[in-house]
Design a protein around this ligand. Structure first.
Ligand code: ACM
Length: 262
């Protein structure tokens, strides 16, 4: 199967522009799974809760999910994309999963980073894995990587691939994903953005790019540049994520000694 990401610079607040950019970029691409960055349609640096609310959408019936669903149907592709979600008065930093038959599900970011805590409610979905014909897809969003429990929970729930929409600012994640993948024997597709934002009187945030596809053995199958727009697709053997035997004596999950864990 083929997996890929689209690394680009969203224009803050211009959902139409950002959606068009994705639709244009995806038009000529053949892939089974495409991962887009966190908050790909809105941009990242909100200056008020009202602003975040005004750019948020219903996840199932919003323009962004509808457009992604159409793209999924047309290209027979599964898409994981970061969106500001509006649900019953709460705003979540969410990721939607769409497939050839349309909307599949939503994950709401569990571990909010820095000022995200001012705009968003903490995610209440927990870590979810969807069984699809192309493999079992789990989702975590950006800073969730910092908590090893996120990827572990997804792996224990059967994820073959962790789709990881991101807006990374700190430098550590691409290297850390090597460990997240080795210790869980899963693939990961980290889709980061590039460029910078400086809104209102806030500090300038520069996003590190370096989107990455990592194998269950911790190989960096592809790492993007730090500052260029890139749409990358590579072939993976998804069944490799199902073999949790490290050698004749060690099994990743059976060897967990849970009585000694908190
Ligand atoms: C982040 O979670 N966007 C750093």
């Amino acid at each position: 199967m083929k997996v890929g990401y689209y690394q680009f610079t969203p224009k803050f607040g211009d959902i139409k522009h950002n959606l068009k950019k994705v639709l244009d970029a995806a038009a000529s691409v053949e892939t089974d799974l495409l991962v887009l960055p966190e908050l790909f349609n809105t941009g990242y640096q909100f200056t008020s809760k009202e602003e975040a609310k005004s750019l948020s959408e219903k996840i199932q019936s919003g323009d962004t999910t509808n457009a992604l669903s159409k793209l999924s149907a047309k290209k027979k592709v599964y898409i994981v994309a970061g969106i500001a979600e509006n649900s019953e008065g709460k705003i979540y930093n969410s990721a939607v999963l769409t497939g050839p038959d349309g909307f599949i599900g939503v994950y709401r970011k569990t571990h909010l980073f820095y000022e995200e805590k001012l705009w968003f409610s903490s995610g209440d979905t927990g870590f979810k894995v969807w069984q699809t014909p192309i493999g079992n897809i789990g989702i975590m969003i950006c800073f969730d990587w910092f908590f090893p429990e996120s990827a572990r929970t997804l792996a224990l729930r059967g994820a073959d691939i962790i789709a990881h929409p991101s807006n990374l600012i700190l430098p550590h994640c691409p290297d850390a994903m090597v460990t997240r993948c080795i210790e869980n024997r899963v693939f990961a597709v980290t889709a980061n953005r590039i460029g910078s934002e400086q809104r209102g009187d806030k500090e300038k945030l520069t996003f590190i790019g370096k989107s990455q596809i990592t194998s269950p053995m911790g190989e960096i199958l592809y790492r993007a540049s730090g500052d260029k727009e890139e749409l990358t697709v590579i072939e993976i053997a998804v069944e490799k994520a199902r073999d949790k035997n490290l050698n004749a004596f060690n099994d990743l999950f059976n060897d967990r000694n849970k009585e000694f864990y908190e």
